[in-house]
Design a protein around this ligand. Sequence first.
Ligand SMILES: [Fe+2]
Ligand SMILES: [Fe+2]
Length: 182
Amino acid sequence: MGDRSQQGRRRCTLPVPYPEPQVVAPNAYYANLLLEDYAGVTSELTAINQYLYHHFTVNEEYEDLNELWKCISIVEMKHEAMLAETILLLGVAPEYRTLTNNFPVYWSASYVYYGVEVCDRLTADIAGEKEAIQNYRKHQDLIADPYIRQLLERIIMDEEHHLKLFYQVAAKYCPRWEEVRD
Ligand SMILES: [Fe+2]
Ligand SMILES: [Fe+2]
């Protein structure tokens, strides 16, 4: 990775080290909760692909948005990798599916909000980040394993940073962005 892209990614993560994924003991219930964050409707996998698509198709006049979608997507890949490692340690294969009541639902490209207009896309991205934070908080409450709770806390920090970054560009490009905010 060149200097420029490393610099780009640094802007989209906080300068706080990530904890090494580890678990107290294998636990299928915890793995199933994390599979929702990993490959559910509102998941890291959806975020990666949604931001990449926005990056691939944005009009070239939005150079800052182009960079932002790419660099946030790369941070979501890091989150996805750490979740995969944790799910594996919990004793479950991190395939791209959820396992609610042991019933597999595979990730679908229809989970992605594609959109056309920049402000519609930013609205969807902001909603997705907010929901991701809510889901992580919910899962923190249900998971007693301190290592996993710590990992989720660190991921939440990045998602809050992403919200801030999306708000900044929404304020720049979207005349009614305040409606998006709350
Ligand atoms: Fe993420
Ligand atoms: Fe995010």
